[in-house]
Write a protein that binds this ligand. Structure first.
Ligand code: AMP
Length: 113
């Protein structure tokens, strides 16, 4: 089932897009939890890490490399940043279209809540 993120990919609702290519899209989170909070999503509708399959290997690798490049573009590389993929209920996943949170611009605490 499609989510709001598919509507963002299809430009049916607006988003502050920071990166796009054939396979993925990155945009600023509407409810930022850090000074820099970007969501990176595959254009393919993968529901969550829990449903990712072997055939998703290339796109998942692509997302990780692009997350690194986007973090660098947003000047987070030196200070540091965190990549988060909330998966299903216990992790608080609220949009069931796989997404990597790119969080930075402040000291992030550990362990997460
Ligand atoms: P998660 O809770 O890990 O599923 O993350 C979903 C994220 O999507 C949350 O951080 C929301 O703030 C964010 N979000 C929901 N709707 C939008 C939207 N229309 N534009 C940008 N970010 C959104």
């Amino acid at each position: 089932m499609s989510t709001i993120f598919t509507q963002i990919i299809n430009r049916e609702i607006p988003a502050d897009i920071v990166y796009e290519d054939e396979f993925c899209l990155a945009f600023r989170d509407i409810n930022p939890q850090a000074p820099v909070h970007v969501l990176l999503i595959p254009k393919k509708e993968i529901v969550s890490m829990a449903t990712a399959e072997t055939e998703d290997q290339a796109i998942l690798g692509h997302l990780m490399v692009k997350a690194s490049e986007i973090a660098s573009m947003l000047e987070l590389s030196e200070s540091g940043y965190r990549l988060v993929v909330n998966t299903n209920e216990d992790a608080g996943q609220s949009v069931y279209h796989l997404h990597i949170h790119i969080l930075g611009g402040r000291k992030l605490t550990w362990p997460p809540g």
